[in-house]
Design a protein around this ligand. Structure first.
Ligand code: CUA
Length: 174
């Protein structure tokens, strides 16, 4: 479904671009003075560049300001359960693997060797939280499970021959 929509949208844009090219080819037979065109379009280009920079800055600041996502407000809500996670070739050392629905959890993720990826998947194999596991650095990821079940932790970054065996499960109960 998503692929079909993406394909149709791509097709529309490809046809639009092709249309612009054909238009330019047809128009290019006519000769005209270059200087006034240059002046006008340099102005347009400058305006476009500045607008893009402003737009990107706004979007970047807006989307990054809540990092790390789902961080509980200390003092206002329950203090999160702190769980230490260490990734290593090839497995996980996790200080706790049993949690309750509604319990805020703070995973502190690091690595003993190379860079790994820490990804939590629900029973439908949907990624519900992730961060990088980096050596000599601790990344925090916050999550409050809303559904009970068996969740799987998989490595999200190719880290060597045993990358695919880096699987751990966590249990979330009511
Ligand atoms: Cu650890 Cu891939």
């Amino acid at each position: 479904m998503v692929q079909t929509v993406a394909w149709i949208v791509s097709l529309i844009f490809m046809l639009l671009i092709a249309g612009v090219f054909i238009f330019v080819v047809i128009q290019s037979k006519e000769r005209s003075d270059y200087e006034p065109i240059k002046k006008k379009w340099y102005k347009v280009r400058k305006f476009y560049a500045i607008s893009l920079v402003i737009l990107m800055l706004v979007v970047t600041i807006y989307t990054l300001r809540e990092l790390p996502y789902d961080q509980p407000v200390y003092g206002e809500s329950v203090d999160p359960t702190i769980v230490d996670v260490e990734a290593l070739q090839f497995g996980w050392n996790i200080s706790d693997t049993k949690f309750k629905v509604g319990e805020p959890i703070e995973f502190r993720v690091t690595s003993a060797d190379v860079t790994h990826g820490f990804g939590i998947y629900d029973e439908d194999m949907t990624l519900v939280a992730q961060t990088q596991a980096m050596p000599e650095y601790t990344n925090k990821v916050f999550i409050t499970f809303t559904k009970p079940g068996t969740y799987e932790i998989l490595c999200l970054e190719y880290c060597g021959l045993g990358h695919h065996v880096m699987i751990e499960t966590i249990e979330v109960t009511e």
